[in-house]
Design a protein around this ligand. Structure first.
Ligand code: UDP
Ligand code: MG
Length: 152
């Protein structure tokens, strides 16, 4: 992959979907210059979500987190571009929205850590695992006409 082709898994959580924030979240990644290479609406099973959040299984908030994430459909996406993992996390804001800067997604649209509307991979390794979990069918490799205006 070229240097600008890092991939991250970004998800609009059930509260983000119910609150009508899907378009807003997609628009931010689009406008920043990232390329959408996979997208679907999915009402995930608890088993699937337990795999997604396997690293957190011993945390006290884990049962509540799985219930919240299984409470409605999520929008699963893969975005590609320069430093997509770290920049994606910066765009989402801190895990606790009260600590998220204004201008970030959580800082603009959320208040509570247990209703923080979006997910983003925390490392390239996690991104690879999450993309394989949510998109076993693979992603769509394509070229954006805008690429040479976004990357040197
Ligand atoms: N979470 C929670 N209570 C906590 C910490 C986390 O409900 O005290 C939830 C929250 O929805 C968070 C998710 O668990 O987004 C995963 O936690 P993680 O530490 O991986 O935060 P993230 O990577 O989403 O910023
Ligand atoms: Mg995390």
């Amino acid at each position: 992959m070229p240097n600008n082709a890092e991939r991250t898994y970004i998800m609009v959580k059930p509260d983000g979907v119910q609150r009508g924030l899907v378009g807003e979240i997609i628009a931010r990644f689009e406008k920043r210059g990232f390329k959408l290479i996979a997208l679907k609406l999915e009402h995930a099973t608890k088993e699937h979500l337990e795999k997604h959040y396997a690293d957190l299984k011993d945390k006290p908030f884990f049962p509540g987190l799985i219930k919240y994430m299984a409470s409605g459909p999520v929008v699963a996406m893969v975005w590609e571009g320069l430093d997509a993992v770290k920049t994606g996390r910066v765009m989402l804001g801190a895990t606790n929205p009260l600590a998220s800067a204004p201008g970030t997604i959580r800082g603009d649209y959320a208040l509570a850590v247990g209703r923080n509307i979006c997910h983003g991979s925390d490392s390239v390794e996690s991104a690879e695992k999450e993309i394989a979990l949510w998109f076993p069918e693979g992603v769509i490799q394509h070229t954006m006409a805008s690429a040479e205006w976004v990357f040197e």
